[in-house]
Design a protein around this ligand. Structure first.
Ligand code: GTP
Length: 334
């Protein structure tokens, strides 16, 4: 089974982290998001993945120089300009020569979904497209579906106004598609699969959905990206687990770590405290500093405090400074 994984977005909501690293290349539990995602696709029978690239393609190509990721063969399709989700799928499928049933995944979603079961459901229902669904308390920020008793999608509404959603089942970002879906997408144009393609398949009665209660997390916002890391280190995912401290990190013997992840090459000084936080490769937390509920790529100075914040690669908290609820550098100032 072949798959297209969408990894060409700008990752605006994760800035300033994504100013230096594209979102799917950010680590979760010491492995890039894309690698954890491909691991799950491989468990579900996917043997070849085409990465639909656009914004910052180089880090992907450099990370997998032999064209292999989690035992899966990688291909790269670099769009000349952002084509939005459906346009990117069409472009990548053309590059890969896809002419049979295939899988599509959003490159920022982590899930334990059994992809082979989704494919089986798709075949059993003679669907043209089948989407993985997850139930959430507030579906208004997502694509929401209404299903009939057979699992056929009656309506697909992208980001409904609060209180108007037809159900609490949202598009969870993994699809099984027939190649005929590609014929619905004009070549070389910006087209959204959520706003244009899925509603057209619904009109023909051939969009289906499967709701599961698998682990599922969209890493697109800082608090969720942080959560994804904490879930892996706390052992909340059945297939994935990571050590709290990478073998190449340097952590002082009297530093205190509580449910946190310290990445390769990160440094934690004497007496520093980390709570529910992630230090990305190269981050520095100097002696006596306290970091809580934060993601750090940059430097937290001696005796400083950083809470509920995101520090990009160029972000600095001065010695003794207290920072709460900030993004540094401020992405809106650049
Ligand atoms: P935000 O800017 O924070 O909304 O993040 P994003 O750019 O990743 O957008 P979003 O989360 O809506 O995108 C869902 C998935 O589609 C992500 O995996 C993106 O990388 C991907 N994506 C979005 N737009 C494009 C595009 O134009 N081309 C390609 N190849 N992928 C895209």
């Amino acid at each position: 089974m072949r798959a297209v994984v969408l990894v060409g977005g700008f990752g605006t909501r994760l800035r300033p982290l994504t100013s230096s690293i594209p979102k799917p290349m950010l680590p979760v539990g010491h492995l890039p998001i894309i690698e954890r995602l491909v691991m799950n696709l491989a468990r579900g029978g996917v043997t070849e993945v085409t990465l639909a690239l656009g914004f910052k393609p180089e880090p992907f190509i450099e990370a997998f120089p032999d064209g292999q990721c989690a035992g899966v063969t990688l291909r790269y399709a670099v769009e000349p300009e952002p084509l939005d989700t459906a346009g990117a799928i069409r472009f990548a499928a053309d590059v890969a020569g896809i002419d049979d049933t295939f899988v599509v995944a959003n490159g920022d979603v982590l899930t334990d979904l059994d992809v082979s079961a989704l494919v089986q459901f798709h075949r059993d229902h003679d669907a043209e497209a089948t989407i993985h669904l997850i139930g959430v308390p507030d579906p208004s920020a997502f694509g929401v579906v209404a299903l009939d008793a057979d699992g056929r999608v009656e309506r697909f509404v992208e980001k409904p106004a609060p209180g108007t959603a037809p159900s609490n089942l949202i598009n969870a970002g993994t699809y099984v598609l027939e190649p005929s879906v590609l014929d619905r997408i004009p070549l070389g144009q910006k087209v959204s699969i959520e706003r244009a393609t899925f509603p057209a398949v619904v009109a023909d009665g051939r969009l289906f959905g499967v709701a599961t209660d698998d682990y599922w997390l969209d890493t697109g916002r800082p608090e969720l990206y942080l959560q994804a890391n904490l879930d892996v280190v706390a052992g909340r995912r059945p297939h994935d687990h990571c050590d709290a401290v990478h073998a190449d990190a340097s952590v002082a013997a009297d530093a205190r770590l509580d449910t946190s992840v310290v990445g390769a090459g990160a440094q934690v000084g004497a007496g520093a405290v980390l709570e529910r936080s992630v230090l990305l490769p190269g981050a520095v937390v100097a002696a006596g500093a306290v970091v809580a509920d934060s993601v750090v790529m940059g430097r937290v100075g001696e005796g400083a405090e950083l809470r509920n914040s995101v520090l990009g690669a160029d972000g600095v908290v001065a010695d003794g400074e207290h920072v709460h609820g900030e993004r540094r550098p401020d992405p809106d100032a650049t």
